[in-house]
Design a protein around this ligand. Structure first.
Ligand code: GCU
Length: 650
């Protein structure tokens, strides 16, 4: 494991102000002097104002920051009231206070000193979580930032880097982390055994100081793989008993354990189907084992047939999550959270919002995003996901609830983490914007993406206006550029199989994964209306009607929902084929512009940061050109239709 790491947005630099005199931190009786909020405040102040004399509780100080707990606040809520002479930060608990302290530090940095300020903030959803796909051997499934900092050769690691990780998460309001891959393999199966308990307890203790609950991905068949039972049938009393004893052992020894994350009956993982049981049977059995300890079972809705015959045009993978889980709505125990990927397929650059968000009205649900850029450039291409996540959270399902948005429906928001042991944590220095933005957005979804990114830029790179302006332009345009030069119009799945990097228009066409574009000489896309697979009918009106017809379907999702001839005219006025050509040329050009903007910042950025991204831009341009030329050639050869602008097609 790489032990050197950057502090990212917590790398406090001295403020450019002449603050003379003493600065006191005064804790009221209810706030422990040794609590994390106090120590984080001291760490920040001593770095920001190295010349100030820091004391505790002296009333005569020039500036006094008072920390208190307040019963009228919910546990994770905080208030800040401050002016040029002093500040009071209140939290509903020590965790709320910690969030308040981090928020106040951000404000001091943003304002270059102490200013008038009044805030009352409470997180929009109770569970804000990162899911790590780290394996016990230290590798990371879909990891693009080096190796795991949680595991090495089967061993669980707890050290300085873990503390820094917890600080980073808490500073943006993330309060839960599942540390191991949902595909529980190798030694990870044994993570819930006595072997790992001491280290897990130590890890959970670090997490707890920062208000973070520890979650473990578990093997549904653990009663067999570690318990030696002949079955893992959720309705078998011996199996339930085994999990109850397991929960007692784990929760008894690990304080701060949040519960389990489970991928069952999906892509080869074991689950209740083997015993003729359904997902509610499976999830509830585990939930009942965890219930006495306040534990939560996060059960994934990513269930589909991954052995489809590509000739079969009736089976539609997009329907699978809905068809499996909608009939189970109302049957899950209250400590089960059904975790639903943002779209019905698998983290493509553009998908419709998953229809389960509207229909699971009587089930605790979570939205799952993927910060690891599996299908969005693998942290070599810059692709900022924050505007997309914001848009999805604000998406209206029209399910009749008073707040019918995705945000209004969820109890938790989770993301597959993009971290690893690379120096800058996220492989690319720019990918840290996704980590930062995800946390900030989960806590305060009303913030706009631009403000969040601006905040990240100034905390990370300082206040230079040119740096800010150019980086903001790159980040905000990056997702569209990526979509344009890869798979526009909602097609998806034109990447190379297995590793999912680079173009291969038919790489997934004749395979078993349910991932087809069905492009031929005349037309492209899948008819998912009632005349086709019926997927669009899984949405409430007016969405089902909008999606079912090429005339009303939004351009960016057209080929996901509809099958149309290449000559079909989009709302933009272009034909489908011309849009495909244009977007590929334009997306590539846009990426070139980003790269040259970055180049122009050379003298304003630390050399390692500059080089880290420069190298990645070189790869992004190489790869974007491949995407452009291969996808354009593919459609040109199939359709025989010329580019109106007579650009070079191969
Ligand atoms: C994707 C990804 C897998 C992962 C799966 C999941 O299919 O490619 O590596 O295991 O999602 O979310 O479980």
């Amino acid at each position: 494991m790489n032990t050197a790491y950057s502090k990212l947005w917590l790398d406090y630099k001295p403020l450019n102000i002449a603050f003379a005199g003493s600065l006191a931190v005064r804790c009221t009786r209810r706030v422990r002097r040794g609590c994390t909020a106090v120590s984080e405040l001291i760490t920040a102040l001593s770095a920001l104002l190295p010349q100030a004399e820091l004391t505790f509780g002296a009333d005569s100080a020039v500036f006094i920051i008072e920390l208190d707990l307040a019963d009228y606040l919910s546990p994770e809520e905080y208030t800040i009231s401050a002016d040029e002479r002093g500040a009071a930060v209140y939290g509903g608990s020590e965790n709320g206070l910690l969030y308040g302290v981090f928020a106040y530090i951000r404000e001091i940095i943003a304002n270059g000193g102490f200013t008038r300020l009044s805030r009352r903030v409470r997180p929009a959803v109770p569970l804000r979580m990162l899911d790590h796909w780290d394996n016990a051997d230290g590798s990371i499934e879909r990891g693009y930032s080096g190796s795991s900092f949680f595991f090495k050769d089967g061993e669980l690691l707890v050290g300085d880097r873990t503390v820094q990780y917890a600080r980073l998460l808490a500073s943006v309001g993330i309060n839960a982390a599942a540390i191991n891959n949902v595909n529980v393999r190798g030694k990870a199966v044994r993570l819930i055994t006595g072997e790992y308990i001491p280290k897990l307890a130590a890890l959970a203790e670090v997490f707890s100081k920062y208000g973070i609950k520890l979650f473990l991905s578990v093997d549904f068949s653990a009663p067999m793989s570690v318990g030696g039972l002949p079955s893992a049938d959720p309705l078998d009393p011996a199996v339930g008993g085994w999990w109850r004893a397991k929960a007692a052992e784990l929760f008894g020894a690990i304080s701060g354990l949040g519960g389990f994350l489970v991928k069952a009956d999906s892509e080869g993982q074991p689950g209740p189907y083997a015993y003729g049981r359904d997902h509610a049977d499976g999830a509830n059995m585990l939930a009942r084992a965890l219930k006495p300890y306040g534990g939560t079972v996060i059960w994934r809705a990513f269930v589909y047939n991954c052995s489809q015959d590509w000739r079969d045009t009736h089976t539609d993978r997009a329907r699978a999550g809905y068809d499996t889980f909608a009939p189970l709505d109302g049957r899950f125990d209250d400590n089960v959270i059904l975790q639903i990927k943002n779209g019905p397929m698998d983290f493509q650059v553009r998908e419709p919002v998953h229809p389960l968000f509207g229909v699971m009205k009587h089930t605790g649900i979570a939205a799952e995003f993927q910060l690891a850029q599996e299908y969005t450039g693998q942290q070599l291409h810059v692709c900022c996901l924050i505007p997309m996540i914001k848009e999805i959270l604000a998406f209206r399902t029209y399910n009749g609830s008073p707040d019918d948005t995705v945000l209004g429906a969820v109890r938790a928001i989770a993301a597959v983490s993009n971290t690893g042991d690379s120096f800058c944590w996220t492989g690319s220095e720019l990918a840290a914007a996704n980590l930062y933005g995800f946390g900030r957005l989960c806590f305060e979804p009303s913030l706009n993406a631009e403000d969040i990114l601006e905040e990240w830029i100034s905390l990370t790179f300082g206040d230079d206006e040119e740096v800010k302006e150019k980086l903001l332009y790159i980040l905000l345009g990056s997702h569209k550029a990526y979509e344009d030069y890869t798979v526009p119009l909602g097609m998806g799945w034109m990447c190379k199989p297995n590793h999912h990097y680079g173009p291969d228009p038919w790489g997934y066409e004749f395979d078993r994964w349910g991932t087809y574009n069905r492009a031929d000489r005349e037309a492209v896309g899948i008819d998912r209306s009632g005349r086709g697979t019926g997927y669009s009918e899984l949405y409430y009106p007016p969405l089902c009607d909008i999606y079912s017809s090429p005339a009303s379907c939004p351009d960016e999702l057209l080929l996901f929902f509809c099958r149309v001839p290449y000559s079909f005219t989009l709302k933009s006025g272009k034909t489908v084929i011309q849009h495909i050509y244009d977007s590929h040329f334009e997306g590539y050009e846009q990426a070139c512009e980003f790269a040259s903007l970055w180049e122009s910042l050379k003298d304003k950025l630390p050399a390692e940061v500059f080089d880290n991204v420069k190298k990645r831009f070189a790869e992004q341009l190489r790869c974007a050109k491949e995407w452009r030329d291969i996808v354009n050639a593919f459609f040109h050869r199939l359709s025989g239709i010329e580019d109106e602008q007579h650009r070079k097609l191969y």
